[in-house]
Ligand binder design. Structure first.
Ligand code: V4E
Length: 199
């Protein structure tokens, strides 16, 4: 499956409008720890390796650089993650990471309220990033294959417009953390073209 998603920022008015007619699904809190090497081997390629509540996940960008909505391939199977990272399949993933010089660079605790409105999944996140909290939302559609992505992006943008959301680039939680707390890493990703400086 491919996750097509658009992040947005919301105030109380935007939130009420968006959630009008939406079905509340669940609230959960989870801890993500993100890993990379000291020369940003993964994130400079827009690849994001994390544990979510202890389970490894790898998000790989399908489109690099500027785009209307994010598209990531999500690997949750350890064998597939080992293959993608070029590790031996018979070695423990955690041990291979340490040996290859990977270390945690960001820990975030997210409380996520999930809603459904039509085909759209809406996540409203409140993220504890240590010294600060960041609030953001995401509209997501899952599609089976790449040819379906463009139409899914159009539907998300239309849905966002209908619901009064501003279509502007938004920093994800990890990017916001890097901007505030790890400026060398943040700069390196801008220089690598992973994202642009936003106002
Ligand atoms: C994809 C990505 C990062 C990894 C975190 O992804 P994100 O979607 O922000 O987290 P989350 O918790 O909502 O994941 P889900 O539960 O939906 O799987 S960190 C940065 N990116 C990409 C990215 C980018 N290239 N540019 C900007 C401005 N923001 C984020």
């Amino acid at each position: 499956m491919i996750e097509v998603e658009k992040k947005f920022l919301f105030d109380e008015t935007a939130k009420n409008r968006l959630l009008d007619g939406a079905e509340f699904i669940k609230e959960k809190t989870f801890t993500d720890i993100y890993f990379d090497t000291t020369d940003y081997n993964l994130t400079s390629q827009d690849k994001w390796l994390r544990t979510r509540d202890g389970k490894f996940e790898l998000k790989i960008a399908l489109v690099f650089g500027e785009r209307l909505a994010d598209q990531y391939d999500e690997l949750e199977d350890e064998e597939e993650i080992k293959k993608a990272l070029g590790f031996e399949l018979d070695q423990d993933l955690g041990e291979s990471l340490v040996k290859a010089g990977y270390a945690p660079f960001c820990t975030c605790i997210t409380t996520r309220r999930k809603y459904k409105k039509g085909e759209f999944v809406i996540d409203l996140d409140s993220v504890d990033l240590g010294d600060f909290t960041y609030e953001l939302g995401e509209i997501e559609v899952m599609v089976n294959d790449k040819p379906e992505v463009d139409a899914a992006i159009s539907r998300i943008l239309e849905f966002a417009k209908e619901n009064g959301l501003k279509i502007v680039p938004v920093r994800g939680k990890v990017v916001e953390y890097l901007r505030r707390a790890k400026q060398d890493h943040y700069r390196a990703l801008i220089d690598a073209g992973v994202f642009k400086e936003l106002g």
